[in-house]
Write a protein that binds this ligand. Structure first.
Ligand code: GAF
Length: 381
């Protein structure tokens, strides 16, 4: 059964009436530019054809009633006039935090009945939570006739994470989920929040491989990386690492704690690679793209310390298949999760076979391979 049909039928069963409208926001994969967003730097993500769907109907009062199909069909109800953190149901906090952020600008929104379903694999670095936040914002903006542009929605989603959920994430995931373009990646300047699209070259597939490494301590490690980057920027008396050049960094190496130097080196070099990757993508230069993605992975492994042995192995075996015809690296926040391989269509099956043959034998884990399409950002239908 198509997901939208399933959503409508679940809504009818649960609320005894049809939904008013359906909404969708995608997850994302990041081609290059990792952990650069909260350093005011550059990222190059694409929205993907996995996301969060919501069936909704506005209410005349201020109550929110939700059925979350993919959270064991759990339900939750609360009033917009009393938004509190839930210790019992973590998924509820994404709704509460997002609506609290929206109500800072639009306090008088009406309540709604909602059925939610998502197919972004959770906790794998493909932004299931950002897609949830952006789908909610699309829903409530539409139901309340609020002219919310995609950048403002992204900032509200990020505020929900930073100020309610407790993750100090940057802006990348929410912005690509709201503003993605079919068939394109997006070069986003995370300081000015301006962006340009780059076409994914014809004949190239976005292959995402989920390592199924259970991610532990992600939030604390993530927040630590952010603090280390901020300490480095402070050392240079600059607002963010975006403002530090490689020459300045090298000249100060002896005066920086070694760990802070390594963290800063990843960010400074990753910003340069990301801008070069945009150029390479624009002229379909896969040789350069392949080199940049390989360097990015090594930098995440050696300087930022966010990869795992299983992820490194997946990248190595995939790189052997691709040669310089495509690029591969870990994608997302790290400590497990997924790799992304920009893969010529004719090599997709070979990548899949290589992973099937070697990954389980080496790690005892089964990998999942998703061949994705670069997709449109949030929409209603
Ligand atoms: C996570 C965060 F949510 C993003 O803001 C970004 O920092 C990413 O990790 C790493 O590039 O997805």
């Amino acid at each position: 059964m198509p997901r939208t049909t399933m959503l409508i039928s679940q809504f009818e069963q649960h609320f005894n009436c049809p939904p008013e409208q359906l909404f969708h926001a995608p997850g994302r994969v990041n081609l290059i530019g990792e952990h650069t967003d909260y350093n005011d730097g550059f990222v190059l993500p694409a929205a993907i054809n996995f996301g969060t769907d919501i069936a909704a109907k506005a209410r005349a009062d201020r109550n929110i009633n939700v059925l979350a199909i993919d959270c064991n069909s759990e339900t939750n109800s609360f009033s917009l006039d009393k938004i509190e953190f839930s210790q019992q149901q973590m998924w509820v906090n994404y709704i509460r935090g997002t609506l609290q952020a929206l109500m800072q600008s639009y306090p008088n929104i009406s309540g709604a009945d909602l059925v939610v379903s998502g197919n972004v694999p959770q906790g794998t670095g493909l932004s299931s939570s950002a897609s949830f936040e952006i789908a909610l914002l699309k829903t409530f903006a539409t139901l309340n006739n609020i002219p919310l542009d995609g950048v403002k929605a992204a900032l509200m989603g990020q505020s929900a994470e930073n100020n309610f959920v407790g993750c100090n994430c940057g802006i990348m995931d929410q912005l690509i989920s709201s503003m993605g373009k079919q068939g394109h990646a997006m070069l986003l300047d995370c300081r000015s929040l301006t962006f340009e699209y780059a076409v994914i070259p014809k004949g190239m597939s976005l292959v995402i491989v989920n390592s199924n490494v259970k991610r532990g301590l992600v939030d604390s490690e993530y927040n630590t990386r952010r603090e280390q980057c901020e300490a480095a920027a402070k050392h240079f008396n600059k607002p963010a690492l975006r403002d530090v050049t490689l020459e300045e960094l090298e000249a100060e190496q002896a005066n920086l704690p070694p760990l802070i130097y390594k963290r800063a080196k990843h960010i400074v070099t990753e910003n340069t690679r990301t801008k070069l990757a945009l150029k390479a993508l624009n002229v379909n230069d896969m040789v350069t793209m392949s080199q940049l993605m390989a360097q990015s992975h090594l930098s995440m492994k050696n300087d930022f310390d966010i990869t795992t042995s299983q992820i490194d192995f997946l990248v190595d075996i995939t790189a052997q298949v691709l040669g310089d015809k495509g690029g591969v690296r870990m994608t997302g926040g790290g400590f497990g999760g997924c790799i992304v391989a920009l893969t010529p269509d004719h090599l997709v099956e070979q990548v899949r076979n290589t992973i099937d043959t070697h990954y389980y034998a080496k790690t005892g884990l089964q990998a999942d391979v998703y061949v994705c399409l670069a997709s449109q950002g949030a929409f209603s239908n």
